[in-house]
Design a protein around this ligand. Structure first.
Ligand SMILES: [Zn+2]
Length: 332
């Protein structure tokens, strides 16, 4: 098939990564922002985060061997039920990738053979005194990071069995990156899949259905307004640059499109919170009616850390309009 590829690249920004010492998380810094984002994930296509194995699932009168959706037992009233969810780790990984792409953040390469293809200075951060924004927010070796993501648990009745096309792994050379990832012997940038409607296929997967609403809480500690703004932008919440994000498996075949909505931001006002309660995690200042104004303030502050071209390109790739087309079902 000669169709359009379901992905594109966000080129690496000009200039070296923006590195500095992390603010630390051992105590609340009164000059910085700490608190909780209360969000809702609206699934625009089914979302599949696999457990890495399959089992028989009954649908109608038939049983299918399907890739299972992540779940955990949750205690409700007097019983314990298994509930399907999108693991926090999976959401965190997706959001980190976006932060990396839109800021001057390092490239965490796992294979040294890929090193020659990345721009100079973009190797992974090596010292806790010298961390890029992605490593400061999400953590690096020996540095814990400033954000933590809870699991997003799906409401009852959210599971759906999807027949998805089989995924094909692009042919890889024994050495280095496949040519389609390169331009003039350099990596083209960071790869993101477009939004698309899922085509049907022969590979059954249990998914969280399209149209589900999952609450999500993200905790943050000691962030500047600009850093919180970068996190909000990567969630698709920048007022001028909104986009749905992609989560989980099956991205090339249209799974995992999610619109994040911000319901509330609870701020712990640094030293004020400590004075008021003597304890972290008690005094909340909800950003309620001022939520929009607060989002604008953080987004404006974040502009200093965000690469405009990279954000523009990512916005194009993650354009919601992609959902009007069906993803390629054949190898591309
Ligand atoms: Zn880094």
């Amino acid at each position: 098939m000669n169709g359009e590829k379901p992905y594109d690249f966000v080129p690496f920004p000009e200039g070296r990564p923006d590195r500095k010492q992390g603010a630390g998380q051992d105590k609340l810094d009164a000059r910085l922002l700490s608190g909780t984002l209360e969000l809702t994930l609206h699934t625009l296509t089914p979302v599949h985060v696999g457990l890495g194995y399959s089992d028989f699932i009954k649908a109608g009168n038939q049983e299918y061997l399907a890739a299972l959706q992540a779940s955990k037992p949750i205690r409700e009233d007097d019983t314990t039920r298994r509930r399907y969810l999108i693991p926090g780790s999976s959401i965190k990984g997706a959001v980190r990738s976006i932060v990396e792409a839109i800021t001057r953040s390092c490239i965490r390469i796992t294979q040294s053979k890929h090193r020659p293809y990345i721009p100079q200075g973009y190797g992974g951060c090596m010292s806790v005194n010298d961390l890029c924004i992605a490593c400061r927010l999400f953590g690096a070796q020996d540095y814990q990071g400033h954000v933590s993501f809870e699991d997003a648990v799906a409401p009852k009745g959210s599971l759906v069995l999807m027949g998805t096309p089989l995924l094909w792994t692009p042919a890889r050379g024994g050495r280095g990156l496949p040519p389609r990832y390169l331009e003039r012997d350099r990596a083209k940038g960071r790869k993101f899949y477009r939004h698309a409607r899922p085509p049907s296929g022969a590979d059954p997967r249990a998914c969280i259905k399209s149209g589900a609403e999952l609450p999500l809480r993200i905790h943050f500690l000691n962030l500047s307004e600009a850093e919180l703004g970068v996190l909000l932008t990567a969630l698709g919440l920048h007022p001028d640059h909104p986009f749905p994000i992609k989560l989980g498996g099956g991205k090339p075949v249209g799974l995992g499109s999610v619109q994040v909505k911000c319901q509330r931001i609870n701020l712990l006002q640094g030293a004020d919170a400590l004075k008021a309660t003597g304890r972290l995690g008690q005094a909340h200042t909800p950003v309620g009616s001022d939520l929009d104004a607060f989002l604008v303030r953080c987004a404006n502050a974040a502009n200093a850390l965000i690469d405009d071209d990279a954000l523009g390109k990512l916005e194009t790739i993650l354009d919601k309009a992609g959902l009007q087309k069906t993803a390629p079902a054949d190898p591309y």
